[in-house]
Design a protein around this ligand. Structure first.
Ligand SMILES: NC(=O)c1ccc[n+]([C@@H]2O[C@H](COP(=O)([O-])OP(=O)(O)OC[C@H]3O[C@@H](n4cnc5c(N)ncnc54)[C@H](OP(=O)(O)O)[C@@H]3O)[C@@H](O)[C@H]2O)c1
Length: 284
């Protein structure tokens, strides 16, 4: 009897797939709808993992995605900057899977200062991406873990006024010539030149909003937690529309992640959900 593919084995295969040929070699076959599915019988979690992450695996060598976990009223942290944690354990696992599928994980200076995040893959199997800190004014403390813990390589991206000294082993400083060089598409091109073509913009709100506003993202994952903060650090902010009928309504998919709801928005071709443009939910 054919063995049932479980979630751990499915993830182990998925995280190594970057092309259709690799997907076929990993045990997938055409599903008749233009997509791919596991050839062998698979547990429901293995099917869900393929549904959620295979489109990203196959999105090509250059893809930019972003994520935010927010409250029902749109905040990604309390007013003191505490984001520990906005969403639940399943969303943390989802975030770590996104990291594992990325060559680089990008955070803004605000997040690096507020959270001193590790940005490594711990909640699932996978390799750590290169950690990229966008810090035009060089305000992130030199003793931050991301510069000193040696857990993964770090690229500290600073402006021309910052003294370019690497704060720790494993940290490289990239000095950009001016503010224009921090434009999202230019940053993504600079990362791609270093072999970092698959990029996760992890936060915070200012950084993700800038990439969204400048149409640099292929897809955006927003997880909404059933919590109200009243005020705090805002998530997405960009110049809005005066009338509802002109509001941005990208194709999306919804997934329940424990008590949270994950919205996966397709913003540009290349990183879009393979399951069409409907909003049909997937069991989390
Ligand atoms: N819930 C979540 O999913 C989540 C995720 C990450 C972070 N957070 C929380 O979010 C908060 C921080 O978010 P935030 O929105 O205040 O700040 P942020 O997005 O982390 O950092 C913004 C700053 O990064 C620099 N920056 C980022 N992109 C840039 C670009 N393209 N060009 C030039 N500079 C760029 C700028 O630094 P300068 O100001 O120095 O110019 C900018 O003001 C923290 O409290 C953290 O805990 C929550």
């Amino acid at each position: 009897m054919t063995e049932l593919l479980d979630a751990a084995a499915a993830w182990d295969r998925l995280r190594r797939i970057r092309t259709t040929d690799e997907a076929l070699a990993a045990g997938m076959v055409a599903d008749g709808d233009g997509g791919l599915r596991w050839q062998q019988p698979a547990a429901s979690e293995a099917l869900e993992l393929a549904g959620r992450y295979l489109p990203l695996c196959l999105a090509g060598p250059r893809v930019a995605v972003a994520q935010l976990g927010q409250s029902l009223d749109g905040f990604i942290a309390t007013r003191t900057g505490d984001a520990d944690y906005v969403t639940g354990e399943e969303d943390r696992c989802h975030l770590h899977r996104l990291r594992a599928l990325s060559d680089a994980v990008v955070v803004g200076a605000g997040t690096a200062v507020a959270d001193d995040p590790r940005l490594t893959v711990r909640a699932c199997a996978g390799d750590n991406p290169v950690r990229v800190v966008l810090d035009p004014r060089g305000r992130v403390p030199r003793g931050s873990g991301v510069f000193t813990d040696g857990a993964a390589p770090t690229l500290w991206v600073v402006g021309p006024e910052v003294t370019p000294t690497a704060p720790g082993t494993g940290t490289e400083v990239l000095v950009l010539p001016d503010a224009a060089a921090f434009a999202p598409e230019r940053l993504l091109t600079a990362l791609a030149r270093r072999g970092l073509g698959r990029v996760l913009i992890e936060g915070g709100g200012v950084t993700v909003s800038r990439f969204l506003q400048e149409r640099a993202l292929h897809r955006l994952y927003v997880t909404v937690a059933p919590v109200l903060l009243g005020d705090g650090i805002p998530g997405l902010r960009f110049p809005g529309t005066p009338v509802m009928r002109e509001a941005l309504r990208p194709p999306l998919r919804r997934t329940l992640l424990g008590e949270d709801t994950l919205f996966e928005l397709e913003l540009r071709p290349g990183g879009g959900p393979s399951g069409g443009t409907g909003s049909g939910g997937r069991a989390g």
